[in-house]
Design a binder for this molecule. Structure first.
Ligand code: ATP
Ligand code: PRP
Length: 216
């Protein structure tokens, strides 16, 4: 496809993406939240947006169905980053990936005792690597959302999830017991497109860089 396609993640990250797109001169010509349309034109006739599930964004860019994308580091870590160039931290959707457990659960003791923990998460790779590095045995339980429910319902001892204000943890009587990584939105680029469409992509990446610097 000629022109440039940018894959945007639905959900929380989308709201914070829109001002950056506008500043980079590629704002949507209609509000994506209000539309059922999945391909959205922009202020530039040669640039279009595709709106995908957050966890699908790296896949669209990896296979070149989109040239650029905006995705959270959480999602990129799980994807693995094959075929992607990650030139820019956009400093949006800032949060942290944490291990959390019920307020009354003695996590340090359980880990020290070499107990086998049951951990529920949608971030299987990050969780597996985190606990493997600590030498802690875990049974990972894959969930697709509402991780905070798992310890309350007796499904798991602990969860790995994203935390920003901490309100969701507090509302469910959970507390952070460890940090895994800081998370924010990243610009991603298809590695092949960066060569074949360099003349079009490079100035756009620079405009994103300038937009991030202006917001700092
Ligand atoms: P999917 O539909 O693929 O499962 P999702 O339900 O995880 O996506 P969101 O929860 O809206 O979608 O998250 C989209 C992105 O927003 C995440 O990948 C993450 O980078 C970011 N994000 C999620 N939660 C927060 C938060 N509490 N604070 C800041 N950013 C967040
Ligand atoms: C994310 C995350 C936590 C919450 C944390 O979920 O999974 O549940 O945000 O934010 P807080 O620390 O500010 O409370 P989100 O609301 O995006 O919904 P989801 O469970 O559908 O992913």
């Amino acid at each position: 496809m000629s022109g440039i396609t940018i894959a945007l993640s639905k959900g929380r990250i989308l709201d914070e993406t829109l001002p950056l797109l506008a500043a980079a001169g590629v704002g949507p010509s209609e509000a994506p939240e209000d539309s059922r349309q999945l391909i959205v034109p922009t202020a530039r006739p040669d640039v279009r947006l595709v709106i995908v599930r957050a966890s699908d964004t790296p896949t669209y860019v990896q296979y070149g169905a989109a040239d650029l994308g905006i995705a959270g580091k959480d999602v990129l870590y799980e994807h693995g980053g094959a075929g992607l160039y990650q030139p820019l931290d956009l400093r949006i959707a800032v949060c942290r990936m944490m291990v959390a457990a019920p307020e009354g659960f003695d996590y340090a003791h359980a880990v020290h005792q070499g107990a086998r923990l049951r951990v529920a998460t949608k971030y299987l790779r990050a969780a597996r690597e985190h606990f493997a590095a600590k030498g802690v045995h875990v049974d990972l339980i894959k969930l697709y959302g509402s991780m905070e429910l798992a310890p309350l319902a007796g499904l798991a001892d602990a969860i790995v999830d994203l935390v920003s204000t901490g309100n969701t943890l507090r509302a469910n009587r959970l507390r952070v017991v460890e940090e895994i990584m800081p998370v924010s939105g990243r610009l991603i680029v298809n590695q092949a497109a960066l060569k074949t469409k360099r003349a079009a992509l490079h100035p756009l990446i620079e405009r994103f860089e300038a937009a991030v610097a202006a917001h700092a």
